[in-house]
Design a binder for this molecule. Structure first.
Ligand code: TEU
Ligand code: CA
Length: 545
């Protein structure tokens, strides 16, 4: 068995609540997924990553887990999960599960026990600290909601929550907790799943003692904490090494050098990591809340550095979006009607002809745009709602402006129902959905794109088919061309005498590309019906062999 099968694969990410509702309650579920497996297979992907399916009070829609070994009743049950798994396998699709072990829900039985007293079997499962002269243990801000410490009267202590208050951080220093997690992972692997996507795995180790005098930013202390590699090596030895599986770690704030530690070919830890440098280039004055366009020169610099940095030593994840990011076509392309299809295809070729494993987020393959929500009531995401109140209630950002920022950046941009057809509720459900549909569903949906041979959907299938088993894509070198050009992203892949030239115009204006334009006969992928040698029209993409 080839150990690095993950290098040949492309994954499809399902955020189940908005994928397809199989039982008519307005919420996506595993009955719906079961029905859509042939569609997923038809894309040419090789596996599915499920965002959390577990029981959860949904403070953070599944990333606050109250039972690791079950399925949320909204989504089905373990029996239905097994049916989906078996059918996926029969279609040749791998299935990887989200592993969220930096924190649990505050409604998880471990936490309910832990908070009762300072001496019970679970008292040390979470990170409890005494206050400092009647104040919080330190000044850290949580990433979602207020300060990172929450007081618990039963213990007269504070617990740490990097994310929401309802997401207390687990204490990885406790060997009993680690063993419990390893047993849970084995339990899932023994059901036959093919691996894990590990949520914020770079945050699991905290400094001890936790420093008292800190600024408000916890990231220098908690990202790549002191024991994280020890824990991951232990996890590999005790669990992962016993199975033929793949693992991908989510590592916000990671550098190329650090990625090699987590997922170096011989690191003995993970197979690859998600880095977020290319999705965070617009972070500014208000953190991630910014309506700015990504600077293309910086984007190229970042992707070039990751392509070449991990070439021999690790492996890249290729993604434009996920359930935490706005829609790729709206963020990196242009979702105006005249440019949506062009720019969605351009983005597809630009990224997925690079080296690495593609992760395609549901709806991306039809070029779904942001929903352009206009009122706070339309949002469901805790991060967006808390940010709104942080900025607006304190007077830092004016209401209308904040709604504009959310419309560009909110995670809910990716969480509106998948658009299947132009009938009731975009074919997502027979009941009103749990979150509003995006405005675009009548024009942008799977049924319509199936019929149109020039659709984004068919283009994704072409690119994925071309990648399959293609050694040039898997092993070829990556050379960035015209690095300083502010509008054109161009690169060459080379392998054993074969060459692939990719040229993308990221702007709404025509650009001269005479210096790099290929022989028109060599063009293999193109997003316009005709060729204009030497000139690139708005969002034009050319890939030539
Ligand atoms: O996200 C990790 C993370 O760093 C987030 O703060 C992310 O940067 C932010 O959501 C972007 O807006 C993971 C999950 O993917 C996310 O859905 C969870 O909310 C979070 O962990 C906590 O589990
Ligand atoms: Ca349902």
């Amino acid at each position: 068995m080839e150990k690095d099968w993950y290098k040949r694969m492309a994954f499809y990410q399902i955020w189940i609540r908005s994928f397809y509702d199989g039982n008519g309650d307005g919420i996506g579920d595993l009955y719906g997924v079961y029905e859509k497996l042939p569609y997923i297979k038809s894309l040419g992907v090789d596996g599915i990553w499920f965002s959390p399916l577990y029981p959860s009070p949904n403070a953070d829609y599944g990333y606050d887990i109250s039972d690791y070994k079950n399925i949320h009743p909204d989504y089905g049950d373990l029996e239905q999960f097994q049916k989906v798994l078996d059918k996926a396998h029969s279609l040749g699709l791998k299935v990887i599960m989200d592993l969220v072990v930096n924190h649990t829900s505050d409604e998880h039985p471990w936490f309910l026990e832990s908070k009762k007293s300072r001496d019970n079997p679970y008292s040390d499962y979470y990170i409890w600290r005494d206050g400092k002269n009647g104040k919080l243990p330190n000044n850290w801000d949580s990433l979602f909601e207020g300060k990172a410490w929450e007081y618990c009267p039963e213990r007269d202590q504070y617990y740490l929550h990097i994310f929401a208050k309802k997401q207390p951080d687990l204490n990885w220093q406790n060997p009993a907790l680690r063993d419990e997690i390893y047993r849970m992972m084995s339990w899932w692997l023994n059901k036959g799943i093919d691996g894990f996507r590990m949520d914020v795995i770079s945050l699991i180790s905290k400094p001890d003692p936790i420093p008292r005098d800190t600024g408000s930013d916890l990231s220098p202390y908690c990202i790549n904490g002191p024991q994280v590699h020890t824990y991951l090596k232990e996890m590999r030895e005790k669990v992962l090494a016993k199975y033929d599986i793949m693992t991908v770690g989510e590592c916000p704030g990671i550098t190329v050098q650090e990625a090699q530690k987590y997922a170096g070919t011989d690191s003995g830890e993970l197979n690859m990591v998600f880095q977020f440098e290319h999705t965070s280039l617009t972070d500014g004055k208000y953190g991630k809340w910014s309506a700015d366009r990504t600077d293309l020169v910086k984007l190229k610099e970042v992707l070039n550095r990751w392509q070449n940095g991990l070439r021999e030593t690790s492996w890249n994840c290729l993604f434009w979006g996920n359930h935490d990011q706005p829609r790729a076509v709206s963020k990196f392309g242009c979702d105006l009607p005249e440019y949506r299809v062009l720019s969605a295809k351009m983005l597809c070729a630009c990224l997925y002809l690079m080296q690495g494993t593609p992760y395609i987020y549901q709806g991306e393959e039809i070029g779904m745009p942001n929903p352009h929500f206009t009122s706070l009531e339309q949002y469901r995401d805790i991060e967006s709602i808390c940010a709104y109140h942080d900025f607006v209630d304190s007077g830092v950002v004016e209401k209308r402006m904040m709604l504009t920022l959310l419309a560009h950046t909110s995670r809910d941009n990716a969480r509106t129902p998948m658009q299947w057809n132009s009938r009731f509720c975009a074919g997502f459900s027979s009941a009103p959905p749990w979150i509003s549909l995006g405005y675009s569903w009548r024009a942008v949906n799977v049924e319509q794109e199936e019929k149109d041979e020039n659709s984004v959907l068919h283009f994704y299938r072409d690119i994925l088919a071309f990648r399959k088993g293609n050694p040039l894509i898997r092993y070829g070198t990556f050379e960035l061309l015209c690095a300083d050009d502010p509008h054109i992203f161009a690169y060459v892949r080379t392998y054993q005498g074969k060459r692939l030239l990719v040229i993308c115009n990221f702007s709404e204006k025509s650009q001269n590309a005479a210096a790099i334009y290929p022989n028109p006969e060599a063009i293999r992928f193109h997003n316009y019906p005709s060729i204009t040698p030497a000139v690139l029209r708005p969002f034009e993409l050319i890939a030539a062999l």
